[in-house]
Write a protein that binds this ligand. Structure first.
Ligand code: 5AD
Length: 437
């Protein structure tokens, strides 16, 4: 009999992407063949997102698409939406298995036990006291140049808008040994860049005891693996220590790029969000980073339309974001999440105002990227070649995270000198710098 076929779809964040890759590896170990999502597969796994209501909606759409692609297939729904709303997922006719954000190492086993046509089964359990870190290994066979390594799970911050602590449970960390082991294998398999991910990465190590923290882990990874680039996926402003800044300033392999969620540039709103800093604190960290690491690229998440955000609050937020000059900005329209304090606050902002404010922030995002990239025009930067560009040529990122597209002779996985020439939307066109070969 031919090998059974499995297809995956990932919604949402980098952590989800990493987990889907790990699940892919698990299925392959059990002799499944991984096929495209729109092919006819025997099993479809949808790794869902619930960070906003759009995550929920898109997750439901994709579940329906899988059922449409093959009504006979086994449909497995996992991830944050499955964890927080198993009842809603079970109501979609055709869903077979609902597995939240835990017990995923058992997924293949559960798939093999389940009879298509029987009632949907839910393996979602209480996550609020979870203590274990699920060591899912990343798929090393697929041809990628950058590997995400999840080293931390869960969040205990309970920002008033956020559902994620309920979807992911408390903070827990991968052991240093396990992270080193996994990273070593990824390097051996040819990955050039390692991106550390987590739900609340700055919390890394708090549950491990001793002096183990994120900086310790980074030092170990740099010292004990041959990784050529190390990057952090996201870190809170309050968790950027002097040690981290020193390491980033002194270690050429540590990419000078940080994604530092801001959420609002207005102090009253930050307080209502239960964010543990003021705009002044945030500004100080950014100034320190830029002084110590002049080439650093700083990006952020920003939310518009949090309850109580009036025009004057938004104006302050806008002015602060402009002042910070982020090279990248993810703009979120506030979405009330059931069970979170902010969803019950009075003074919810209208959809039109959210839309308008989001558009204004998106303009700042574009301006910020241009202003940052402009500094590097006519300069030669090292670019990690990640994929082919749809319109021809190659694309990749500089260490400080400028997306670069260029033509010429090279190959995936190489780190090559590229002269940056012209800003096009959200990337820069360049050409191989032969004088530096
Ligand atoms: N509504 C809109 N955006 C949200 N985020 C988290 N919760 C919500 C919500 N309820 C955004 C934050 C966070 C990012 C991952 O998602 O900006 O940093």
């Amino acid at each position: 009999m031919a090998n059974p076929k499995v297809a995956f779809y990932t919604l949402g964040c980098k952590v989800n992407q990493n987990e889907t890759e790990a699940l892919g590896a698990l299925f392959k170990e059990h002799n499944y063949q991984v096929v495209d999502f729109d092919d006819v597969a025997d099993v479809y796994v949808i790794n869902t997102c619930t960070v906003t209501h759009l995550g929920d909606r898109k997750s439901r759409q994709i579940i329906r698409r899988a059922i449409h692609n093959n009504p006979q297939a086994l449909i497995v729904v996992t991830g944050c939406y499955a964890q927080t709303s198993p009842g809603e997922v079970a109501k979609i006719p055709g869903v077979d298995l609902i597995i939240g954000t835990r017990d995923r190492a058992r997924m293949v086993e559960l798939v093999q036990e389940h009879q298509k046509g029987s009632a949907p089964e839910s393996y979602v359990n209480d996550i609020s006291k979870a203590q274990d870190f699920e060591n899912l290994p990343v798929d090393r066979l697929i041809n990628r140049t950058r590997a995400y390594l999840k080293v931390q799970e869960g969040c205990e911050q309970f920002c008033t808008y956020c559902i994620i602590p309920y979807a992911r449970g408390p903070s827990r960390s991968r052991s240093v040994e396990s992270a080193l082991n996994e990273a070593g294998k990824l390097v051996e398999a040819g990955f050039k860049e390692l991106i550390l991910t987590g739900i609340h990465l700055g919390y890394y190590g708090k549950d491990l005891g001793g002096n183990i923290d994120l900086v310790y882990l980074c030092r170990e990874l740099l010292a004990k693996t041959g990784i050529q680039r190390l990057r952090l996926s996201s870190i809170e402003s309050t968790e950027i220590s002097d040690e981290l800044i020193d390491l980033m300033a002194e270690e050429p392999r540590f990419c000078p790029h940080l994604h530092i969620p801001l959420q609002s540039g207005d102090d009253d709103i930050l307080k209502a969000m239960h964010r543990p800093y003021t705009t002044d604190d945030y500004r100080k960290i950014v100034e320190k980073l830029r002084t110590r690491i002049p080439d650093i690229g700083i990006s952020a998440d920003i939310m518009v339309g949090f309850p109580g955000e009036r025009e004057e609050n938004f104006a302050k937020s806008y002015a602060f974001v402009k002042e910070m000059g982020f090279m990248g900005l993810h703009v979120f329209k506030y979405s009330p999440r059931k069970g979170t304090p902010a969803s019950e606050m009075t003074e919810q902002v209208s959809a039109q105002d959210k839309e308008k404010r989001s558009k204004e922030m998106l303009k700042l995002a574009e301006q910020g990227f241009r202003a940052f990239a402009r500094k590097y025009i006519d300069k030669t930067m090292d670019v990690l070649v990640e994929t082919t560009f749809p319109q021809g040529g190659w694309e990749g990122h500089t260490a400080n995270f400028i997306r670069v597209v260029f033509p010429g002779e090279t190959e995936k996985g190489a780190i090559v000198p590229v002269k940056l020439k012209k800003i096009v939307q959200n990337y820069v066109q360049g050409q191989l710098d032969k004088s530096r070969n």
